[in-house]
Design a protein around this ligand. Structure first.
Ligand SMILES: CC(C)(COP(=O)(O)OP(=O)(O)OC[C@H]1O[C@@H](n2cnc3c(N)ncnc32)[C@H](O)[C@@H]1OP(=O)(O)O)[C@@H](O)C(=O)NCCC(=O)NCCS
Length: 180
C-alpha cells in the first residue's frame, strides 16, 4: 500500500535520521516554515484548519542532522467531514532546509509519517500540494472525489488518499472539511 521506507542520507556527506518531533524542535520548525512559506502562509485556507488547533503529536516527524538539529519537518492536523465518522488528517506543512533539498528527506518524512498514520488507524489523508509530488504517494484529486475546503484553494493541488482500504468508497465519506 505504501512505498517502502529506506534509510536515507540524501546523498549528502552528512547523515540524517527521521525521528519524532521533540519539544525542543519547535523554534527550528517555525524557522523552517518561515523560510519555506513566509509568514503570509497563515492567510492560506489550510491555516483555517490549523491555527488555534493542535497538530497530531504522534505524526510530527523531523529529519535530524548529526548535531541533533531539526533540518526538515512534517506535521499533520486532525480534520473532519460532518457527515462521516471516519478519521481524517490534513498533511502539512512539510518543509526541508533549502540547503539539503532534493536528497530524499521530503519523501522519507512523508513515507514514515503515512505509515504511522495507517498504524494509528486514520482513514483518509488530505493535502494541498503539487500533484506530481504527492501522486507518488497515492494521492489523487480530492475535489473530483467530492471534498471541499472552507475557502479558496487551487483545485488541482487539493488531493486525498485513503489510509485504510475502502475508506473513500462511501459517498458520505466526502464533503466539506472542518477542524476536528
Ligand atoms: C517540496 C519539498 C518538501 C521536497 O522535499 P525534498 O527533500 O527537497 O525532495 P525529495 O528529495 O523528497 O524529492 C525530490 C523529488 O521531488 C520533486 N520535487 C521537489 N519539489 C517539488 C515541487 N514543489 N513540485 C513537484 N515536485 C517537486 C523533485 O523534482 C524530485 O523529483 P525526482 O525524485 O523525480 O527527481 C522541499 O523541496 C521543500 O521544502 N520545498 C519548499 C516547501 C514546500 O513546497 N513544501 C511542500 C508544500 S505541500
Amino acid at each position: 500500500m505504501l512505498p517502502a521506507l529506506s534509510p536515507q542520507n540524501g546523498g549528502f556527506s552528512e547523515e540524517f535520521a527521521i525521528v519524532p518531533e521533540r519539544d525542543r524542535d519547535v523554534e527550528a520548525i517555525d524557522a523552517l516554515m518561515d523560510a519555506s512559506f513566509g509568514a503570509a502562509r497563515h492567510n492560506l485556507t489550510v491555516y483555517k484548519l490549523r491555527d488555534g488547533f493542535k497538530p497530531v503529536r504522534q505524526l510530527g516527524f523531523i529529519a535530524m542532522d548529526s548535531q541533533g538539529h531539526a533540518r526538515a519537518s512534517i506535521r499533520y492536523w486532525p480534520v473532519k467531514v460532518a457527515s462521516s465518522s471516519l478519521r481524517y488528517l490534513l498533511l502539512g506543512p512539510l518543509a526541508v532546509d533549502p540547503a539539503i533539498r532534493g536528497g530524499g528527506l521530503g519523501k522519507a518524512l512523508i513515507a514514515r509519517s503515512l505509515e504511522r498514520a495507517v498504524d494509528l488507524k486514520y482513514d483518509v489523508c488530505l493535502v494541498v500540494g503539487e500533484p506530481s509530488y504527492y501522486g507518488n504517494f497515492g494521492f489523487t484529486n480530492a475535489s473530483a472525489l467530492g471534498f471541499k475546503l472552507p475557502g479558496w484553494v487551487e483545485l488541482r493541488r487539493f488531493m486525498a488518499r485513503e489510509l485504510q482500504d475502502g475508506a473513500l468508497s462511501a459517498a458520505l465519506s466526502r464533503g466539506l472539511i472542518g477542524p476536528a
